[in-house]
Write a protein that binds this ligand. Sequence first.
Ligand code: PMV
Length: 310
Amino acid sequence: MKIKSKTITASSPGKLMLLGEHAVVFGFPCLVTAVDSRLKVTASKITVGPDRFQTPQVKECRFIQKAVQFFKQKYQINQSVCLTTQSDFSARVGLGSSSAVTVATFLALSYLFGQNLSRRTIFDLSYQVTLAIQKVGSGFDIAAATYGGILYYVTGGQVIKPLKAELPSLIIGYSGIKADTPSLIKKVQADYQKNPQKVKKIFQDISCLVDLGKEMLLKKNYPRFGWLMNQNHLLLQKLGVSSPKLDFLVKTALQSGAYGAKLSGAGGGDCMIALCPQAKSQAVAEAIQKAGGELIAVLPNAEGVRLEDR
Ligand code: PMV
């Protein structure tokens, strides 16, 4: 009788930054939500030849390969594996496909080899992979992919606090331009070196918004949270990371009745987000689309990494 070999599938959610990007790289807190578009990794053992990777998106492959390498080194495994991926979202929109694929790879390997990794270990290993490849980054995306929900987060996982919060009517508009996150982080780092007082003051102000935002989310005070998003966008403009297209989409959302709107992520491109009263969400979505934004239909507060039945 032929025995069917074990196949494990794990999936992780994408993410959106709610408040605090860039400042978080410098040790300040941020608020991030996991979103319900997921990336699946299926893993099995193979007996012949080297590891095999079937990933439709090339960018993911580097992360999977590094994750497999780190996992095998740490747990002293020689067996070859075959990994395939399947994604609900495109790597181009900035929802965090690299972090999602890395986290899901570690959970799949953990079950495949009976290692029983905790969420914290999956986070730590995934963050090491990100740093090995990208050199820079706070790991907020790794935290969202691992833990899910809405998190209050400090760089490197110094604080990962799940919030009992909700976010009704979040509209997401893709600017049509791919953000170059590592370059934008480096630009902000260079500005910080040139003018530390000015940049530090911006980070401190952003950090105050994040702390207030946490309170407002817990109190379900969405108009106030929206106002904090607007202030955060102004500070990101001051930091020089917004773009005319993102500014236009943000302005459009506000004119159509959003409580607040801002760019989400490194800036320069990728997505903007708008928080709206339920009754205005249709109008805001239509206005963003008319202004040239591509609507990305995802819900916040999604579950973190998990096993799938396949
Ligand atoms: O571009 P994204 O969606 O990966 O977001 C980057 C957010 C930064 O704060 C600029 C970087 C980071 O790692 O926190």
